[in-house]
Ligand binder design. Sequence first.
Ligand code: ZN
Length: 221
Amino acid sequence: MTSPLCPVCGSSLGIGSSKPFPTLSCAQCGWDWGAVLRRDSPTRRGADAAFLKQLPSGAEAQYIFPKAFQVPAPRQLVWTRRMTGAVIALLATACFFAWTAMARASTGETFVPAVLMVLSGWLTLMLSIPLITQWSNRTLLCSGDVTAGRVIHEAIVPRGRQTYSVIFYAFADAAGRGFIGRGTDYSGTLAVGAPIVVYYDASNPAENVAAECTTFELRAS
Ligand SMILES: [Zn+2]
């Protein structure tokens, strides 16, 4: 497996870890994935030629992802089953809360409605946590710039008894500067070399998300 390349100097990147997540850094020029995210890394130069060469060309990107580049911003999100489930669970929690309060005022038998309230409250949390933690991705998906990148590194990270795939992907912004994004592959389908669609903040491309790395979905047209 080839090592991921530094966006600035094209050297092979070192793979480290800031638990539990893997991270990348360049021993040659000092580029560091975490430092770029904190905006204290000097990456304001053009990208390295070898780094850019690994990215899908414009024509290749149009061919692989014809729809991704056609939908003009602001793009619309798909209303997913998770969102419907979260709303229903929240409404149920409110109903059970009201039932508990009424039972307390009249019969005093609050056990059943209180248990139902806790269960539906728990379900609401489980369904909405991935939506809330990814709230910032909505803006990127809807109004960020879009480009094609490529998966350059994959790491399997343990979480409890399960594992999940963390990917790093290379992309360039409209000005030709190279960036590396990191995310969880929710699709479970990506591997090193896979082309992907990346949405990024044009004013700070270190803020970016790949289409497979979010639980939000964009409408195709
Ligand atoms: Zn470097």
